[in-house]
Design a protein around this ligand. Structure first.
Ligand SMILES: Nc1ncnc2c1ncn2[C@@H]1O[C@H](COP(=O)(O)OP(=O)(O)OP(=O)(O)O)[C@@H](O)[C@H]1O
Ligand SMILES: Nc1nc2c(c(=O)[nH]1)N=C(CO)CN2
Length: 196
């Protein structure tokens, strides 16, 4: 197929920046994205709320939905304390790479230190699903390569979007039924808020 993105017809508006192509401008549309948050060190609830506030403060990102909090048994890694997990849905103008960059910088703001794989952490922010995007890149795999088998992701996600589907794996309702409810407990006595 011929790439006609650089060819402009006389009726097409001039780019705002001389180097900006039609294709680049077309990318400025809102995408839905699901992010998963986890914490098992320090004040877990305060950390999750702080991360949500940072996400909401990100230019080009609007927070749509925040899940209930789940207390969950650690999966993998060394012996460690239980996690608080939650999921948020946002809409964004940012690219997947920029969303990952932002997720990593929010982790760093909460003194996340990478010591060992699946080890305890103050904050983990994973990109679970990015509308219309699948990719195999190890720096950013979409959807998240382990989301389909993680009840600590599926249970809170199901609460805010029971119809959601994971590309390549099917409806999250089916995935959640498959992994079962063991090790995840909804903490209805705790709340995260979208509007602070
Ligand atoms: N969808 C994704 N979301 C977040 N990080 C990803 C994703 N796909 C690939 N990565 C890469 O995975 C690397 C390790 O991420 P991280 O340290 O958060 O792993 P983890 O939380 O310990 O384990 P897991 O990847 O199983 O959730 C990151 O440097 C990141 O570049
Ligand atoms: N319960 C629970 N277990 C985990 C979690 C997590 O967020 N919750 N995150 C991990 C790496 O992303 C590994 N194991």
């Amino acid at each position: 197929m011929t790439d006609t993105s650089a060819a402009r017809t006389p009726r097409e508006p001039a780019p705002e920046h001389p180097a900006e192509t039609t294709a680049q401008r077309a990318r400025l549309s809102w995408s839905r994205v699901v992010l998963a948050l986890g914490s098992n060190l320090g004040n877990r609830l305060e950390t999750l709320q702080g991360a949500i506030d940072e996400i909401a403060d990100t230019p080009g990102v609007t927070l749509q939905r925040v899940s209930p909090v789940y207390e969950t048994d650690p999966v993998g890694g060394p012996e460690q304390g239980t996690y608080f997990n939650a999921v948020v849905e946002v809409r964004t103008l940012l690219t997947p790479d920029l969303i990952l960059e932002r997720a990593n910088s929010i982790e760093e703001a909460f003194q996340r230190v990478r010591v060992e794989r699946w080890g305890p952490r103050t904050l983990d922010v994973d990109v679970i699903w990015f509308e219309h995007v699948t990719r195999d890149d190890p720096r950013l795999t979409l959807p998240h390569p382990r989301a389909h088998e993680r009840s600590f992701v599926l249970a809170p996600w199901y609460d805010i979007d029971p119809e959601a589907e994971l590309p390549g794996h099917g409806p999250i309702a089916d995935l959640l039924a498959r992994v079962g409810p063991a090790g995840v407990h909804r903490r209805d006595d705790l709340e995260l808020t979208a509007d602070r």
